[in-house]
Design a protein around this ligand. Structure first.
Ligand code: NAD
Ligand code: UDP
Length: 318
């Protein structure tokens, strides 16, 4: 099987590629390195089953593949809001190009959608039937509405052209290889604690999120891709925490004396989020296996090594 992973140099994409390579699939990683890094995939350079293509998906490309995992899109608010018009183009034009490619070569196409399609949800936990509460003109809209139109396009390709699609609604996922300056909450709190900086909680910290470890996420995506159900299907861990609880948990693991400071809550920040994973457990026979405690241990260990490595490299250069 030849498998294309768009956004393969990114956080989730590179873990997915590791799994696919270990299963001896032929993998093409396509990325423009906006938030992805070569170090995430460099261990596969030179492997006969691996190819890397530097390409921006807002431009069409012709390739011959059997499956497409379509992950290319910045995922952290800091990065997707940096150039919001580009984010919308990546979601619409990029997804349209990848669906066109899938149609031409009759590949199965999995869209990495998001819990953000539910917006600031007034139904809790969120089942797939919930249509969401999204602000169409706010600062998160480029991403939220971008993913909603990407879902719409995918379903219309399915209805109009019989394209085999799979739609995953990914909930907050964390783990090794998140960028230190990513801006997302787990990476921020770990990097801040390790550097001895105050942890920045936005708002009063009572908003909730549910955190899925990346290897569980990859497992869910692969089960969805290779199963019979189109979706959309929520892939996430239903263990729910307030952001203040998360800050305390990470702080106490790394640097118990560290101060927690409160900053303004960004516009349209969802107040609560937790996946209803009934569909994933019954239809895909998938459920998360890694607790937040265990996942944080892995993540903190990798961040510690990476930050020490950076300091070492810099001091060597100086
Ligand atoms: P990430 O930012 O680490 O990875 C995105 C990858 O896409 C990067 O390698 C980036 O360079 C690449 N990319 C961005 N724009 C591109 C373009 N125009 N052309 C080619 N490549 C491009 O993010 P991630 O956390 O790995 O997320 C992967 C996917 O999963 C995204 O589609 C995201 O929306 C979705 N998702 C992630 C989460 C999460 O919590 N991590 C939650 C919901 C949905
Ligand atoms: N958050 C925070 N401090 C940070 C980064 C994020 O309190 O340094 C909050 C953010 O306001 C949100 C939650 O943590 O309520 C999750 O943010 P993230 O950007 O990780 O994901 P998303 O909001 O997209 O779920």
């Amino acid at each position: 099987m030849r498998i294309l992973v768009t956004g393969g140099a990114g956080f989730i994409g590179s873990h997915l590629i590791d799994r696919l390579m270990k299963e001896q699939q032929e993998v093409i990683c396509l990325d423009n390195f906006y938030t992805g890094t070569k170090s995430n995939i460099s261990k596969w350079y030179g492997h006969p089953n691996f190819e890397l293509i530097r390409h921006d998906i807002t431009e069409p490309i012709r390739l011959e593949v059997d499956q497409i995992y379509h992950l290319a899109c910045p995922a952290s608010p800091v990065h997707y809001q940096y150039n919001p018009i580009k984010t919308t183009k990546v979601s619409f034009m990029g997804t349209s190009n990848m669906l066109g490619l899938a149609k031409r070569v009759k590949a199965r196409f999995l869209l990495a959608s998001t819990s953000e399609v539910y917006g600031d949800p007034d139904v809790h936990p969120q089942p797939e039937e919930y249509h969401g509460n999204v602000n169409p003109i706010g600062i998160r809209s480029c991403y939220d509405e971008g993913k909603r139109i990407a879902e719409t396009l995918s379903f219309d390709y399915h209805r109009e052209h019989n394209l085999e699609i799979r739609v995953a609604r990914i909930f907050n996922t964390y783990g090794p290889r998140m960028l230190e300056n990513d801006g997302r909450v787990v990476s921020n709190f770990i990097a801040q604690s390790l550097k001895g900086h105050p942890l920045t909680v936005y708002g009063d910290g009572s908003q909730t999120r549910s955190f899925c470890y990346v290897t569980d996420q990859v497992d869910g995506l692969m089960k969805l891709m290779n199963g019979d159900h189109i979706g959309p299907i929520n892939i996430g861990n239903p263990e729910e925490y307030t952001i203040l609880q998360l800050a305390e948990k990470i702080r106490d693991r790394i640097n118990p004396g560290q101060e927690i400071i409160f900053k303004p809550l960004p516009q349209d920040d969802p107040k609560q989020r937790k996946p209803d994973i009934t569909k994933a457990t019954t239809l895909l026979k998938w459920q998360p296996t890694i607790s937040l405690e265990a996942g944080l241990t892995e993540t903190i260990t990798e961040f510690t090594q990476r930050l020490q490595g950076t300091q070492l490299t810099l001091s060597n250069i100086v």
